[in-house]
Ligand binder design. Structure first.
Ligand code: GAF
Length: 384
């Protein structure tokens, strides 16, 4: 009974005393490159991963939602569509209520649902467990009420819910990749016009995610601060966003910016270039180039965006020594802890695992979790 769908069905019966009708799943994500570029209208290159949130539902004839999650046993959350109230700080149901609130403010309506949630996306690890929850729920609501929103529109509503109800100023990357991911592919997303292009991940590469298990502190406040600093830099140059800034103009205006704003802008401007180049390199199988670009991305997050930690830097350092230019490695996600992603030649997988086992705990006192992943499809209804 370890699969989330089976567990969600069981939880539903235990909670509501009847069988659920439908099952929906949405994946977590790993970002290969393009960090903190989404809310700057830039480029990102994430992949959906084979860790999922499953939601089983039964339609109701009224506007009431009743939700239960196996991560928070014994609590049944209830609300009426359009009457979500105010969020309770850090409560899991905020992500669901944020979605229905965003629908209501967009002039949409949906019928109520009874639902049970089970996920195997590691929570608080920077692999977007919250986007997987929002998108699984949004897909269920859309399908059960036959609203016919596109996956992109579901992602936009989920982001709006997170921005306006949950209070996190996140970009669109996590919701988009959870809704639109493609098996064996990453997506190059242009966050300005929300166009996306599938980029195949070569068969020769393993996708390894290493959870540093560093407790992520101050994530929300530091995230929002980075976003403000980027916006200040864009405003200084009279731009809507850093998307339109080039490195020469940034260097020319350096002395007029605070040191922090200059460094944040430098990361974003250079990361946008790296992300587009990495997509082309991956598509053409140029792993040496991917390796270099991921290394540069990590250094930029460490030195300019200042969102890595010493434990994460150490993981990247020891993995880099093992893989050389036969793969890439960098921190992934919002930062201040969380995970490292490595994209490496299959033959090197065992060496990566063993170097982590040999060195990481000794150096940091923490045990890393290692997930051998594959790129998977985005959210969908599954026969229940
Ligand atoms: C978090 C956010 F939710 C994303 O929108 C993105 O900004 C990411 O951090 C950093 O690239 O996952």
């Amino acid at each position: 009974m370890s699969n989330p769908a089976q567990r969600a069905n069981k939880l539903f019966v235990q909670t509501f005393g009847t069988q659920a009708d439908e099952l929906y799943c949405a994946p977590g994500r790993v970002n290969l490159i393009g960090e903190h570029t989404d809310y700057n209208d830039g480029f990102v290159l994430p992949a959906a991963i084979n860790f999922h949130t499953a939601i089983v539902v039964k339609r109701r004839d009224d506007l009431r939602f009743r939700a239960v999650s196996d991560a928070f046993p014994g609590e049944i959350e209830e609300w009426i569509f359009g009457e979500e109230g105010t969020p309770v700080k850090n409560h899991w149901s905020n992500y669901l209520k944020g979605f229905t609130a965003a629908m209501a403010t967009s002039g949409l309506t949906a019928k109520g649902l009874d639902l049970a949630v089970v996920s195997n996306v590691p929570m608080g690890a920077g692999l977007s467990s919250s986007a997987a929850l929002e998108i699984a729920f949004g897909t269920a609501v859309n399908d059960c009420s036959q609203i016919q929103l596109s996956p992109l529109a579901i992602a936009q509503l989920a982001q709006r819910g997170e921005n306006q109800f949950v209070g996190c100023a996140c970009g669109i990357m996590d919701q988009m990749i959870s809704a639109l991911g493609q098996q064996d592919h990453a997506l190059l997303i242009d966050c300005l016009d929300l166009d996306s292009e599938a980029v195949s991940i070569p068969d020769s590469l393993s996708l390894i995610i290493i959870n540093s298990n560093v407790q992520r502190g101050l994530v929300d406040s530091e995230y929002n601060l980075r976003r403000e600093q980027c916006e200040q830099a864009a405003t200084h140059f009279g731009l809507e966003s850093l998307r339109d800034l080039d490195l020469a103009s940034l260097e020319a205006g350096k002395s007029e910016l605070t040191a922090a704003c200059y460094k944040r802008a430098k990361h974003v401007v250079t990361e946008n270039r790296r992300t587009q180049n990495a997509a082309w390199a991956l598509e053409s199988g140029d792993i040496g180039k991917v390796s270099l670009l991921m290394a540069q991305s990590h250094a930029s997050m460490r030195d300019d965006f200042e969102i890595t930690t010493s434990e994460i830097d150490y993981l990247v350092e020891i993995i880099s020594e093992v893989i050389g230019n036969r793969g890439g490695v960098r921190m992934t996600g919002g930062g201040f802890g969380g995970c490292v992603v490595a994209l490496v030649d299959h033959e090197l997988t065992d060496s990566v695992v063993s170097i982590i086992e040999q060195k990481y705990a000794d150096k940091t006192g923490l045990e890393a979790d290692i997930y051998l992943c594959s790129a998977s499809d985005g959210a969908k209804r599954i026969d229940n």
